[in-house]
Design a protein around this ligand. Structure first.
Ligand code: GTP
Ligand code: MG
Length: 583
C-alpha cells in the first residue's frame, strides 16, 4: 500500500500542495492500485540496464505474435507510468547517469533525445522507483522568480559544478524524433532498386519509432496526473495516428479523457434498501459537462502544467477540445472527452494494419504522398482528412480480387462476447483477436498496389457512389455531397462531408498524374538502371516531388495545347481544301 499512497502524493502531487482532498486521494489510491494490478500482467520491454522482473505474456492477448489493440495500450501505459522525463545538461556521463538512477531501482529502458537541449526518458522496472526518485527531487530556487509548486514526473537533472569528469562523454546517442527533410528522403528512395523497397524505406524512415511512441504515452500519462487530481478514476487514452499504426514522426497527439467510470452510467441501481448517491452539480446537456470539464482542465494545464504552452480551449467545436503544445516533447496535443467512438475507429485501423503488412505500407505511403501534395493538411478545412484517406485505402484493399482485407461486417461476425461494443446507440462490435481472421490469398506486390490505387481512384464514380468499408462495396450515394465515405460505425454519417468539389477534383487529378508518372518512371528506370550512385529520382521518389506533378500538368497542358493547335490546323486545312474544291 505504501506504493499507492505515495503515488497518490507523487503523481498528483501538484494538488497535494494546492487542494487535493482526502476523499479524492482515497479514490486515486484505489484507481492506481487497480491499474497497477492489471499492468503487472503484461509488461514486455527491452531490459537495457537491469535485471528486471521476468516479463509475462498474457496468452489471451497475444496469439501468433500479434497483439490486440488493448493489449498494446495496457503495455504502453504501464511503461509510461513507470517512466520519468527529464531535461539533462548538454554533456553527460552516461555511466554516472545510470548509476545515479539505478539507486532508485532497476532501470528497464532509457533513451536520450534532442529538443532545444538534451532530454532523457528513464523507465524503471517498478513504480516504487519513480516514487523514490520523486522523493529525492527538490523544488528549484530561482532568484526573482516564484515557482508554482506543481510537482510532476517532468524533472531537470542538475549537477554541482561543471561535472568535469575525465571520461565525460561529448554526446549521447539520440534517436531522431522528427522526420528528415523531404529532399533527403527522395534521395534515399532514389537509390532503392524497386518500388517495393522504396515503400518499405519510406515507412522505415518516417514512421513513429518505439522511443517516440514511449514518449507519446509518457506525455499522455503526465497529463493524466493533472486530471487525476480532480477526477481520480479518469483515464486518458491515446487515439489517432499515435496508436493506429500509421503515425508519422511529428504527428499530433490525440488524447481522450475517459470519464465513464465517474459519470455513473455503468452503476447498477439498487433495487431495495438504502443506498447513497453523490451530491453533484448538474448542467443541462452532456456536451455542457464535457465543455466544463475540458475548460477546467485546460485552465489547469495552462496554469500549472510543466512544459505545456499555448493552451487553446476550442469548446464550441463539434467535438470540444483543449489544444496545447508540450515543449519538452515537441508534441501538438489535443485533449477531447466523451469521444469513445474515435477510440473504436483507431482500434479498427490498427487491426486492419496488423492483418497484412501491405496495409500499413500502402496507407503510410498514400498518407505521405497526400501530405506532400497538400491534399491533406494539419489544419481543418474543405480537404480530405488523413482518417478519410485511410478509409479510402482500406476500401481499395477490400476491392482487390481476392480482397486483401475483409469488410467490417465480416469482422463483426467473428466477434466474441467480450468484443461487444455499443457506443451512443451505434454497434461498434468487431473481433479483437487477430488470430480468428482468415485472409484470402492475394500476392500482389506493393508496386502493383500503389499503381492500382491511383488508377482505382482516377476512375472512381464519386458522383454516384459512396465508399463503404462495412460492406466492402461501393453503394449508391445517399446525399448530395462531393465525396461520400460512410462512417464505419454510423451509416447515416459521412466522414468526408467537409470535402468540396475543388478538393475532390484535385485528388482525382493527382491520382491520374501519379498513375501516369508511375508508368513513365518505370519505363525510364528500366532504361537507365536503378540503384546506382547517381540518385536520379524515380518511382515513388518522383511521386513525392511536389514540383514534378506541376510539371506534368503544364506538360499535359502543353500537349493539350499542341493537340488543339493541330486540330485547329486540320479543320482549317479541311476548310481550305473544301474551298479549293468549291472554287
Ligand atoms: P494525423 O493526425 O493527421 O496524423 O492523423 P490521425 O489519424 O490522427 O487523424 P486526426 O488527428 O485527424 O483524427 C484522429 C482520429 O479521430 C482518427 O484516427 C479517427 O479515429 C477520428 N476521426 C478523425 N476524423 C474523423 C471523422 O471525420 N469522423 C469520425 N467519426 N472520426 C474521425
Ligand atoms: Mg492525429
Amino acid at each position: 500500500m505504501r506504493l499507492s499512497v505515495y503515488l497518490g502524493a507523487a503523481m498528483a502531487s501538484p494538488f497535494a500542495v494546492c487542494r487535493l482532498h482526502m476523499r479524492v486521494r482515497a479514490g486515486l489510491v484505489k484507481s492506481l492500485h487497480k491499474v497497477d494490478t492489471s499492468l503487472r500482467r503484461n509488461i514486455v520491454t527491452n531490459v537495457v540496464a537491469s535485471s528486471a522482473e521476468t516479463p509475462q505474456k498474457d496468452e489471451t492477448d497475444e496469439k501468433d505474435g500479434r497483439k490486440s489493440f488493448s493489449a498494446v495500450q495496457v503495455e504502453r501505459q504501464g511503461q509510461a507510468e513507470r517512466s520519468v522525463l527529464m531535461n539533462c545538461p548538454p554533456k553527460i556521463n552516461e555511466k554516472k547517469f545510470l548509476t545515479y538512477f539505478s539507486r532508485h531501482g532497476d532501470i528497464k529502458k532509457y533513451f536520450f533525445y534532442e529538443r532545444n537541449g538534451l532530454y532523457a526518458v528513464v523507465e524503471f522496472a517498478n513504480r516504487e522507483s519513480v516514487e523514490s526518485l520523486l522523493e529525492a527531487a527538490t523544488i528549484p530556487s530561482v532568484s526573482n522568480e516564484f515557482p508554482l509548486p506543481f510537482k510532476s514526473r517532468l524533472l531537470s537533472l542538475c549537477h554541482y559544478g561543471s561535472e568535469a569528469s575525465p571520461n565525460q562523454q561529448s554526446g549521447q546517442q539520440c534517436q531522431p524524433q522528427t522526420t528528415i527533410p523531404i529532399n533527403q528522403l527522395i534521395d534515399r528512395l532514389s537509390r532503392k532498386e524497386s518500388i517495393d523497397q522504396q515503400v518499405t524505406s519510406l515507412m522505415e524512415t518516417y514512421q513513429l519509432t518505439d522511443d517516440n511512441i514511449r514518449l507519446r504515452f509518457l506525455v499522455c500519462s503526465l497529463l493524466r496526473d493533472i486530471a487525476a487530481a480532480y477526477f481520480p478514476e479518469c483515464t486518458i487514452k491515446l487515439f489517432g495516428s499515435s496508436v493506429n499504426g500509421f503515425g508519422k514522426l511529428g504527428c499530433d497527439l490525440d488524447m481522450f479523457l475517459d470519464l465513464d467510470n465517474i459519470s455513473g452510467r455503468r452503476t447498477e441501481k439498487q433495487k431495495s434498501g438504502m443506498f447513497l448517491e453523490y451530491r453533484l452539480k448538474s448542467v443541462s446537456t452532456e456536451r455542457a459537462v464535457t465543455q466544463r470539464i475540458l475548460s477546467f482542465l485546460g485552465e489547469c494545464v495552462d496554469q500549472f502544467g510543466p512544459g505545456c504552452d499555448g493552451v487553446q480551449k476550442i469548446l464550441n467545436a463539434q467535438c470540444p477540445l483543449v489544444r496545447f503544445f508540450h515543449q519538452p516533447s515537441g508534441f501538438q496535443c489535443d485533449l477531447t472527452a466523451n469521444n469513445r467512438v474515435a477510440i473504436k475507429s483507431t482500434e479498427l485501423l490498427y487491426l486492419y494494419g496488423e492483418l497484412d503488412p501491405r496495409v500499413r505500407h500502402l496507407v503510410f505511403t498514400v498518407r505521405c504522398w497526400a501530405r506532400v501534395h497538400c491534399i491533406t493538411s494539419s489544419i481543418s478545412g474543405a480537404w480530405i482528412t488523413n482518417f478519410s484517406l485511410t478509409v479510402m485505402v482500406l476500401f481499395f484493399l477490400q476491392r482487390r480480387n481476392p480482397p486483401i482485407i475483409p469488410c467490417l461486417d465480416h469482422l463483426k461476425d467473428l466477434a466474441g462476447p467480450t468484443d461487444k461494443s455499443v457506443i451512443e446507440g451505434n454497434d461498434c462490435t468487431f473481433v479483437s483477436d487477430l488470430s480468428k481472421i482468415q485472409l484470402q490469398r492475394n500476392t500482389e506486390t506493393l508496386d502493383q498496389l500503389l499503381h492500382e490505387f491511383f488508377e482505382f481512384y482516377s476512375t472512381f464514380a464519386f458522383s454516384k457512389m459512396s465508399i463503404n468499408i462495412r460492406k466492402g462495396k461501393e453503394q449508391n450515394k445517399p446525399a448530395k455531397t462531393h465525396l461520400h465515405i460512410q462512417n464505419p460505425f454510423d451509416s447515416s454519417l459521412n466522414i468526408s462531408k467537409n470535402v468540396n468539389a475543388a478538393q475532390l477534383e484535385r485528388f482525382v487529378a493527382l491520382c491520374q498524374e501519379s498513375t501516369w508518372l508511375l508508368q513513365q518512371t518505370k519505363t525510364n528506370t528500366s532504361r537507365s538502371g536503378k540503384g546506382g550512385s547517381a540518385s536520379t529520382p524515380w518511382g515513388l521518389a518522383t511521386l513525392l516531388q511536389p514540383t514534378k506533378v506541376a510539371e506534368i500538368k503544364s506538360h499535359k497542358k502543353r500537349r493539350a495545347g499542341l493537340a488543339s493547335e493541330r486540330l485547329k490546323g486540320l479543320i482549317e486545312s479541311l476548310k481550305n481544301g473544301s474551298q479549293l474544291k468549291k472554287s
